[in-house]
Write a protein that binds this ligand. Structure first.
Ligand code: 5AD
Ligand code: SF4
Length: 479
């Protein structure tokens, strides 16, 4: 077992071998089933939440396929349903519970159906209890750091005919390598570089459900990316709750800018994105590395959360609006073409009208290319949930006003792109218009352009000239 400085524990080869043995046992059962029925058992993964969950779901799918399941087109066709939940806002929890509720009738129709639930929501003890008592048709449940044990948990359920509940204490520091992955794309790949969070922003549930920060070893990350480049992947998104503190729990002195530089130095034609960055740790060194490397995508997601220093302090964010704008100015000076995106929470407990107006001023000063805006949602167990809450109508009104200001900024910024030339990665045929392709710029702006379908551009990079702009869309022509 390799021990890092803090609580990080790399799951041993022997433990992973044990999981592979469970996997093979289930695969053998599934092979018998397939031979008898002339069709394989199917799995379906339902994902809620952030990119970290998307990445985890690709691992769930990978494990399911290693166990002999094949993808189901819909939950109704599946023999194994896995629900990967989110806890960051109440709405996400309600949706996960509602979907879980809808799967009850599938279980009634097919008593052999296995339903597993995992992720951030059920990593809370109270939610685990709720699933246990109110959702008796859920076969098994496991917490975020138990993901690699899914084969064992499923095996135990099938073998013991007993529901399984595997919740860790929340701060368990596992890192598991070599989990099978079934990637959703053959061009773009998520690469987790670390797990967990140590920041304890007072509104946020993540540190309680994903445990402490723990970094993967750099050589494991580089090996993974090298392999993906060889397979033809062109876009990587390095994932962590706060990538800027990468390496602090390792003993080899590496930090995030070093890691990014090492990745950019790999051979091949690719772009690297990363998320998320905490402004308190977004260093000039990181910005210098980005500026110096063509392979580092010129996109920075830097969540501001509030434009009021008092609210930022109450959120335990540990930076001021002046410091935030300072980082932004340095970034834009070094990389004039950079796309900046941010997160804002409105209606944090105690946020006054004046403080909200400070947020409006801050976003006018920051002029981000896109904002992800959230109404504060109290999360049980976090400090802010204990404070006196603002009325819903005040929160709703602030959200509307925030969006109006930001939409104006986005339209102006998009209009400024007209006439510009961009490399875009083509995602496929436009959703709204079958005669158009859609793709994204390095900074994630959505661009539509006319093209002959026979060109089959999906997954390719094309050079376009922007011809027209709206708040959320750009139009272009291939050049
Ligand atoms: N309420 C509303 N938004 C939240 N976020 C995190 N916790 C909450 C909460 N309790 C937002 C933050 C974070 C993003 C991923 O979700 O803006 O950056
Ligand atoms: Fe939550 Fe703050 Fe950690 Fe982000 S940095 S996951 S907002 S506690």
């Amino acid at each position: 077992m390799t021990e890092n400085k803090r609580t990080t524990r790399t799951v041993t080869d022997a433990e992973m071998a044990e999981q592979r043995a469970y996997t093979e046992q289930i695969a053998a059962w599934n092979a018998v089933y397939a031979a008898e029925h002339g069709t394989s058992r199917r799995y379906y993964v339902q994902t809620f939440g952030c990119q970290q969950n998307e990445a985890d779901s690709e691992r769930l799918a990978g494990m399911a396929e290693a166990m002999g399941y094949v993808p189901a087109a819909a939950a109704a066709d599946a023999d194994l349903i896995l629900i990967n939940t989110c806890a960051v806002r109440e709405h996400a929890e309600e949706r996960a519970l509602s979907i879980t509720g809808q799967f009850k009738h599938l279980k009634e129709k097919n008593p052999e159906l296995v339903i597993g639930i995992c992720g951030c929501m059920v990593s809370q003890e109270t939610r685990k209890e709720r699933i246990k008592h109110s959702y008796p048709y859920v076969s098994f449940l496991f917490g975020t750091s138990m993901l690699y044990r899914m084969p064992e948990i499923l095996y135990r359920y099938l073998n013991e005919h007993k529901r399984q509940f595997f919740l860790d204490a929340g701060d368990a520091g596992n890192i598991a390598e070599d989990i099978p992955v079934r990637r959703g794309s053959n061009k773009q790949a998520w690469v987790s570089i670390m797990y967990g969070c140590n920041n304890f922003c007072t509104y946020c549930i993540v540190p309680y459900v994903r445990g402490r920060e723990r970094s993967r070893r750099p050589e494991r990350i580089l090996d993974e990316i090298r392999g993906l480049i060889a397979e033809g992947y062109r876009e990587f998104t390095l994932l962590g709750q706060n990538v800027n503190s990468y390496g602090r729990d390792l003993d080899d002195g590496i930090d995030f800018p070093d890691l990014l530089a090492q990745i950019c130095a790999l051979e091949g034609d690719f772009r690297v994105h990363f998320m998320t960055s905490h402004p308190k740790d977004a260093s000039r060194k990181l910005i210098d590395v980005m500026a110096a490397n063509d392979k580092a995508a010129k996109h920075f997601h830097l969540p501001l959360q509030s434009g009021s220093d008092r609210v930022l302090a109450a959120m335990n964010r540990r930076y001021t609006i002046a410091q935030y704008l300072d980082i932004l100015a340095y970034m834009r000076q070094k990389m004039p073409s950079i796309t900046v995106t941010s997160d804002i929470i409105v209606g944090f407990p105690g946020e006054t009208e004046e403080e909200f107006e400070e947020t409006l001023e801050a976003i006018k000063a920051a002029r981000c290319d896109q904002l992800f805006t959230f109404i504060y949602s109290p999360r049980t167990g976090t400090p802010a949930a204990e404070l006196e809450q603002l009325p819903d109508d005040v929160k709703g009104d602030r959200m509307t006003r925030l969006l109006a200001v930001q939409n104006e900024i986005m339209l102006e910024k998009n209009q400024a792109c007209v006439g510009g030339i961009y490399d875009i990665l083509v995602e496929g045929i436009s959703r709204g218009d079958k005669t158009m392709y859609a793709g994204r710029t390095e900074g994630g702006k959505l661009v539509h352009f006319p093209a002959d379908e026979a060109l089959s551009l999906t997954g390719k990079m094309v050079k376009v000239k922007i011809t027209a702009a709206e708040t959320y869309n750009l139009w272009a022509e291939i050049i």
